[in-house]
Design a protein around this ligand. Structure first.
Ligand SMILES: *Cc1c(COP(=O)(O)O)cnc(C)c1O
Length: 371
């Protein structure tokens, strides 16, 4: 799905030199690279605070801890997401309330969100799935009306832009009370190991997030809160600084590939190309098609035999996972989510896809459809 070697080769000289520099400096933890990276990312995203941490799952957990959510508090999120979003809700003793998604954008259905609000609801986690922002204008309006915290899971959407009706343009992860992301290697801004970050414009919250990520201490050996140990190391920060300089080009390369796929498949009745929300740009962490009347399993086998990887994100919705099943969901309509799990397929998407490769992929998909 992702070829990280050819991407690395293009920046190899710079990366190799920087890695050596960090190794020789011996400042592996909290070194200057970490501070510089977070400052640069904060300028890039135009957000006041970027707090680094160990991965995107930790980022979500720390964000929820910093917002002071308490066991029993209900947190609403989409059932069509990566498990990390829901996992941390459960780990903190909060009650996950899973809701339906919009079948066109794959993101939180705002009517289902509002309908799920109870007296115990304290927060909502919109996930910007596959690289396109959720309907944040409505999410924020509803959240404000019901006094809910908004935690954006922007792990798949770094560098996506969202334009509000008043013309304000804001980056994914920087609209809610707090946003989180992951620097897992295959993410749109990925390092060479694990990494994550938390974004906020709220000064007080930023202090609390920093404290929680660092064992609950602001002054060393003075632990004011129960915290965690979650750090981005200097080597990863050094790699991320270099890759951040290329992020706009990387995003454009993904968008080019998506446009190529769109053009090729727009008239295929068996495939629905991903719909764009005019308010959001799409940074295509994944290019995900919906299939109609296609044996998806056979399609994957056919593609694999021709050396084309494909993936199903996600084959089972969270409300059908053993760990998260609940009779509360018996009366909830998840027909969109269930249908998506049965019909979606993601094609290769990365920054180094050549036109020859794209042509080969679309021809092979068409060959399968016309078989
Ligand atoms: C990748 C991802 C995460 C978790 O990030 P990690 O760095 O792997 O912990 C969380 N949410 C979503 C939507 C993701 O895609």
């Amino acid at each position: 799905m992702v070829n990280l070697v050819s991407q690395y080769e293009k920046i190899q000289a710079e990366v190799d030199q920087k890695i050596l520099e960090v190794v020789r400096s011996s400042q592996y933890i909290n070194g200057p690279e970490v501070k510089l990276f977070t400052e640069e990312l904060s300028r890039f995203l135009d957000v006041k605070h970027v707090i680094p941490c160990a991965n995107g799952t930790d980022a979500l957990q720390i964000a929820m801890m910093a917002l002071g959510l308490k066991p029993g508090d209900e947190v609403i999120t989409a059932s069509f997401t990566y498990i990390a979003t829901v996992e941390v809700i459960g780990l903190l003793g909060l009650v996950p309330v899973l809701v339906e998604v919009d079948p066109d954008t794959f993101n939180l259905d705002v009517n289902a969100f509002e309908a799920a609000i109870t007296e115990k609801t304290r927060a909502v986690v919109p996930v910007h799935l596959y690289g396109q922002c959720a309907n944040m204008e409505e999410v924020l309006r509803i959240a404000r009306k019901h006094d809910l915290k908004v935690i954006e899971d922007a792990a798949q959407a770094v560098n996506a832009n969202y334009t509000f009706s008043n013309g304000d343009l804001v980056k994914a992860g920087c609209m809610g009370d707090v946003g989180t992301t992951s620097f897992f290697p295959s993410k749109n801004l990925g390092c060479y190991g694990d990494g994550g970050a938390i974004f906020t414009n709220n000064d007080e919250l930023a202090i609390s997030i920093r404290q929680i990520a660092n064992h609950g201490q602001t002054v060393r050996y003075h632990h004011d809160n129960i915290g965690v140990n979650s750090r981005l190391d200097s080597l990863q920060a050094a790699v991320l600084r270099i890759k951040l300089e290329h992020l706009n080009d990387y995003t454009a390369a993904r968008q080019f590939a998506a446009k190529y796929y769109d053009e090729a498949f727009k008239n295929e009745t068996a495939l629905l190309i991903p719909k764009r929300d005019p308010k959001s740009s799409h940074v295509f962490h994944q290019y995900t098609l919906r299939t109609r009347g296609v044996d998806r399993n056979e399609m994957q086998i056919f593609l694999a035999a021709k050396n084309i990887p494909s993936m199903i994100y996600y084959p089972i919705p969270v409300h059908r996972q053993k760990a998260y099943m609940d009779e509360r969901y018996d009366a909830v309509d998840f027909s969109n989510t269930d249908a998506l799990c049965e019909s979606v397929i993601s094609l290769p998407m990365q920054t180094e896809l050549s036109e020859d490769q794209l042509e080969y992929i679309v021809n092979t998909v068409k060959e399968f459809l016309n078989k």
